[in-house]
Design a protein around this ligand. Sequence first.
Ligand SMILES: NC(=O)c1ccc[n+]([C@@H]2O[C@H](COP(=O)([O-])OP(=O)(O)OC[C@H]3O[C@@H](n4cnc5c(N)ncnc54)[C@H](O)[C@@H]3O)[C@@H](O)[C@H]2O)c1
Ligand SMILES: [Zn+2]
Length: 365
Amino acid sequence: MRHSASPAPVRLTVRAASSLYTVEIAAGLSRTLAATLDTAKLPPRRFIVSSPTVWRLHGERFRTASAEEPILIPDGERFKTLATAGRVYDGLVKAQADRGCALIAIGGGVIGDMAGFAAATFLRGIPVAQVPTTLLAQVDSAIGGKTGVNHPLGKNLIGAYHQPSVVIVDPELLATLPRREFRAGLYEVVKYGVIASRRLFERIDAELTPLFARESASLIPVIAESCGIKARVVAEDERESGPRRVLNFGHTAGHALEAITRYRRFRHGEAVAYGMLAAAEIAFARGVLPAADLDALRALIVKMGPLPPIADLETSQVLEAVARDKKIVEGTLHYVLPAAIGRTIIAADVTGGELGEALRRMGLR
Ligand SMILES: NC(=O)c1ccc[n+]([C@@H]2O[C@H](COP(=O)([O-])OP(=O)(O)OC[C@H]3O[C@@H](n4cnc5c(N)ncnc54)[C@H](O)[C@@H]3O)[C@@H](O)[C@H]2O)c1
Ligand SMILES: [Zn+2]
């Protein structure tokens, strides 16, 4: 079998206020996990936290990473609860884990957030290594130290900041990811392009076919640039008081779309795709974003593939959900708007009327 040459491994450093760690990106890296964890000085007694799905697909390659029985917990969004996180504590207590232990989170964002939260709280904090297995987790959730679980009344209401000791990104793990999950993650990559890098945006556009074919040579530069943008923003603003807000680009309307469809219709990234379009429509209507850039964003999103329908959704419902999201301050919204592909501004005075218009132009009722 012929293998195309893989690009060189990438190492990024995240300088968060509370700690410093690396993000290691290379094809096949998950096969030598133990060595990478040793280099990162993770304590030698390590417990893997993963899901039955991920373990069935990839457990074999991780067998040598830990001598302990893996702790497997379910990973659908509806299992992202305190009760499920509690099963991690159960496994640790049963194995008489002490402060000299560490967790290895192997899975998508749900596993990463729950295992990270368990690590943040077990014995008031033990180290965790993140080994993300979805594109979304590789470019977003595994970096930055936000951990947590959902409450029946709202997403991510319970959590803690707990930076990982190391993040290990192996694009080979994405080979088994369903196409829709992969695409959902790719919208977050488009987000990074729009907020910070026209080059990244254009690369996605030019390399959609090899990206969807999960070719490491295409994935590595795209993942690396995304992680670099996230790492830079986290370094500036670990606790999301200012600059980290640009990462919310596309998320105001996006979260509202997810909420009004009870988190059933859209994958998170799909809702963000619509949210980015809404923000771009507002920016264009304000004369902030050139028509060519609005068109480029629209064209790329269309080219990436189908999105769930929105024509049956009411604009007023979205506006109500945005208001509930507490982002409306005295009648206006703080909104991250694109000023070009690769640059955003924060507008403090976007009105519900403007957002409503944008949504109607996109086809909502
Ligand atoms: N902490 C943060 O900063 C942050 C940022 C963004 C999102 N998140 C959180 O991330 C979560 C979403 O993460 P997600 O999109 O990765 O979803 P997920 O963890 O639910 O994974 C999606 C699906 O893919 C499956 N899967 C995972 N890896 C696979 C693989 N390699 N092959 C085949 N199937 C695989 C999982 O079993 C699951 O069914 C949300 O809970 C969100 O709140 C957190
Ligand atoms: Zn997101």
